[in-house]
Each structure stands twice: as C-alpha cells, then as structure tokens.
Design a protein around this ligand. Sequence first.
Ligand SMILES: [Zn+2]
Length: 362
Amino acid sequence: MIARSLAVLPTATLIGVAGTLVTASLTYGQDADADLRVLPVRGNVVMIVGAASNLTVSVGVDGVFLVDPGSAALADTVLAKVREIGLGAVGAPARMTTCVGPQCYAPGSAGPYTPYGWANPAYNAVISSPAPARPIRWIVQTTFDRDHIGATGKLAAAGRTFLGLGKADPGATVFGHENLLRRMGQLNAPPDLRPTETYDRETYKLSQYVNGEGIQLYHAAAVTDGDTLVHFRFSDVISAGDVYAPDRYPAIDVDKGGSVQGVIDGLNTIIDVAFPEYRSQGGTMIVPGHGRLSDTADVAIYRNMVVIVRDRVLDLIAQGKSLEQIKAARPTLDFDGMYGSPGPFIEAVYRDLTRVGRTDHR
Ligand SMILES: [Zn+2]
C-alpha cells in the first residue's frame, strides 16, 4: 500500500543514506534498460530498482551488505551503482564555507561545525583525499533465479573479506541456504555463482553487527526449496526475494523444490516477523523480489490470494478436473487484473498438488 513514488525520482539524483539529496554524475552501463534508481527505505537500507529484480543494499561503516546482486547482464551497472551508494556512506560532501583561516570555528565564533579551531572537519575534508567507497563485504542470494543472482561472481570478486595480514582476499562472502548450494551442484552451476557460506537451519543470525544492526536470515522453501528472507532488525526492513512479488503470481519452480504451501509458509514468516502500523500504512517495510515497496498488509493480501487460488485448484482437482479443465475454469479470474497472466502459476500449483506421494496439501 505504499504509493508508487519511484517515478518522481530524477535519474541523476541519489538520495544519500543520511537522507540528504546528492546530485551525482552517473555513468550507466550500455544496457538501455539499466536505468537504476535508488530508493531509501529506512535506516541503512536502500532499494535499487530498475533491474530485472529488486536489489536491497545496507550501507554504513562496515561496508556494503547486498541482497541479490542482480543479473549478469547488468553486473557492471549494478557495481557502479553500489559503489556510488558506498561513497554516499562516507558522508555527504563537506559544506564549503566562506570562512578562511585558522580563526574559523575558533571557540566562540559562529560556524556550522563544532569549534575545533584550525583542525576542524571542514578543513580536513578539503586537504585530504576523498575517502574510498565502502567495499561490498556480504552478498545474500535469495533464490536460484539468474535475474537475482547472475552477477554474483563479478560483484563478489569486486568485494572484500578481511582475513588478516598475509592472506589472500577471497572477495565478498556469499550467503545462501544449503538447499540452494545443493541445487547448484546438481545443475553444475559455475563455481563463482555459488554461495561461499551456507546455513541449514530455519533461521541464521549473522555473527556480528553489520552497519550498526543485527541481520537475520530466514529460510523459506517457497518458489524453490532454498529461498532466503533477510531481516534488517534495526532498520526493520525485510528483503523478501521471490517469496513475495506483488506485481505477479508466485513463480513456483516445482523442479527446484518449490511448492504452493512453501510460498504460503514463507509469506507467513514475513507476516510473523513484520509489525504493521496501526490501521495505517507503514511499520516494517518489505522489499519484494519484484514490484513496489510494501508493508505488512500488502503481504497479507498477497498471502490470502495464494491461499484462495490454492484452495480453488484443490477443489477442482478433487472434482477430477484435468489441468486444461482447471485452466478453463479460470480459478484466478478475479486476481488477474492485479497479477497478470496466471498460466505458469496454475500449472505449478496443479503439478505441486498432484505430485505422487504428497501428503501435506493443507
Ligand atoms: Zn524473481
């Protein structure tokens, strides 16, 4: 229910982490579609929109924490954008001042900064080199789809893991669920696409504060059996990947362990973790895999749609209908205006619910 406000962001405007407007001269990649925009969500967290899937970035003193690096075709463009955001974290450019000389900001003088005397921060900013961009240190892969993770190798290689003196830097740490790595192994995915750190429990806490907050991963066996939700606990933002995409029906990949019940469970996990604003928009912000920034009520509405369609398809299966008959019955008709073509979704729900050996339909 958050307004579609992205269209008003001018192309060359980056809204810095501190909420200040910074005009930047941006160099986009060759891809004509790569008009990436940055939407500050809350706290450290920004959302990059305009790629095939949404990217979520936390940026701050520790570096860049990136949820989904995006598609391989846009790797350079995303990298440039992430660097630009990383520079923003160093701080907005120091304000220039007309006050010159060691007496500026002396105790008792009027000035925009604390009275440091000659060694005030404004002078330091003028005489020192610009600080480097914060490095990408962590990447989370939310799902198997190449639109979300195709650029992993390039962005991880451009990142850093601090291992101590004399040790080679392996690039950024790439987190993913154990099932994601397992599927990649089965499908011979390139080594640089694979997570370097996996977890195999229902939830996983990063072992340290990142940019001043705890970050918690939740496993969801949703559109695949290796999906991950990411909760920024202080900023109170959830990056949902393809578990939640309010501009389309769930892209359930049955062959990779996805299931309709898994999608419902994943959406319920988001709703469990998130707090709604009282009778209003707001509360915990949810960055979807695709589509607009959302809140708890948006996710609940989407979850209800998935449950309703699941039950309708289940009833038609119970009546002995074939897939073609179920499609012809149009069990999603009242939702198609919001979510588009339902064909692959109905097929996936049907395949999932009629799988031999399934006992957990409801
Ligand atoms: Zn997706």
